[in-house]
Ligand binder design. Sequence first.
Ligand code: B12
Ligand code: SF4
Ligand code: SF4
Length: 384
Amino acid sequence: MSLPRNLPLINLTQLVENIKKWGAELGFQHLGICDVDLSSHEEGLQRWLNAGYHGEMAWMARHGMMRARPDELIQGTVRVISARMDYLPPDAGFATHLEDPTLAYISRYALGRDYHKLMRNRLKKLGERIEREVGKLGYRPFVDSAPILERPLAQKAGLGWTGKHSLLLDEDVGSWFFLGELLINLPLPVDKQKENKCAKCVACMTSCPTNAIIEEGVLDARRCISYLTIELDGAIPIEFRKAIGNRIYGCDDCQLVCPYNRAAALTQEDDFYAKAHFSKPSLKDLFKWDEVSFLKFTEGSAIRRIGHEKWRRNLSVALGNAPYDPEIIILLEAEKGFSVMLDEHFDWAINQQIVRKNEALIDMLSLSTKRLIRIVRKGLPRDA
Ligand code: B12
Ligand code: SF4
Ligand code: SF4
């Protein structure tokens, strides 16, 4: 990466002030700067990989310790500009969707347009803006796209602290935000790290429906509903299917119960608003989408990445968890024969429906879901 010829003449402190101003103009809610030393995270990363917590995400292990060494990823990098963009759409309807088992619950980050391209383009613009100011330099924007530990970087850059759920959060804004970075070769002054304010709270750990948060800040991804519904390619292990409830893409539970999300900011991006077909989506309607409809309705959305087969796999689990409805059994039976994996899920769901028919008046929501809904209605009245 080439360094600006006039580097000794640049007022780096003033430049950082400008970078933060340009970042805000580009729609970022917070920018911070850190150096590239993540050596204190290498042991934890290695333990996490050794324990197999990454499951089938082989790409997590592929690059070894490079994730903790941004200067190996892009040689010449000396600073990372870490950026936050809020995604919580208005009318999130958390409780409304979670308490009706005939509706699908989709993680609130995925209701609108895919964030990757949008954020990367803005970060690229930021790099170009800096270059206009100081002359030719080296920079590369990343959003989820590179083997790099984004949360530890953001924490170092002062964007917040790592909560017990392993996500980054900040006192006044909560955790409903994406992270992105601009790797850069300018020795900019760095920001201060923030204090961890989780204190004695363990709400996220005790509310996780699948007990995926196995230690403070350590997630066994293989148990996480986000992994099971998005990353996992094969069959969803039976032990998790009931706990998945109606969550058909990702999960927000550990964030829903976090006290710091009570005053979370809403997104400023229209692109992250929920698409009309994801507002109160019925499980049956979504299951009826053939592949052409799936591709049409998920165009530009992160959901498209999982493909139609996994979409139906997830929906069949949720249909299996829905109240008894003879139409569900007819729908599932009619779609059999596409793949062994799907057939097994459809059979499981049909079986669940039959069990439920026989149990007649059984209460549909688990005690933990009811508790979650109470917490959301009380703690997040605006977004409930
Ligand atoms: C892989 C991945 C996942 C996996 C695994 C999650 C995880 N916690 O690692 C799955 C699919 C489960 C997932 C889910 C989600 N993800 Co994700 N994910 C990533 C990704 C691509 C990599 C994360 C990573 O590096 N993990 C590796 C582990 C080792 O890192 P770590 O958790 O920081 O590990 C530390 C500790 O575990 C500790 N450690 C390890 N072992 C031990 C043992 C002991 C004893 C101790 C004390 C410590 C310790 O050391 C490690 C290093 O510091 C990042 C993007 C990126 N490139 O960073 C997005 C990212 C983290 N995801 C994000 C989001 C939004 C989500 C979801 C909320 C989506 C959803 N609604 O469904 C959920 C949240 C689940 C959760 N509670 O974390 C955002 C988070 C934004 C934020 N506010 O923090 C990111 C940053 C993407 C982005 N660009 O915005 N995700
Ligand atoms: S996203 Fe859901 S399943 Fe994953 S850790 Fe959080 S609460 Fe648990
Ligand atoms: S729920 Fe509690 S423990 Fe978990 S991240 Fe929020 S404050 Fe920390």
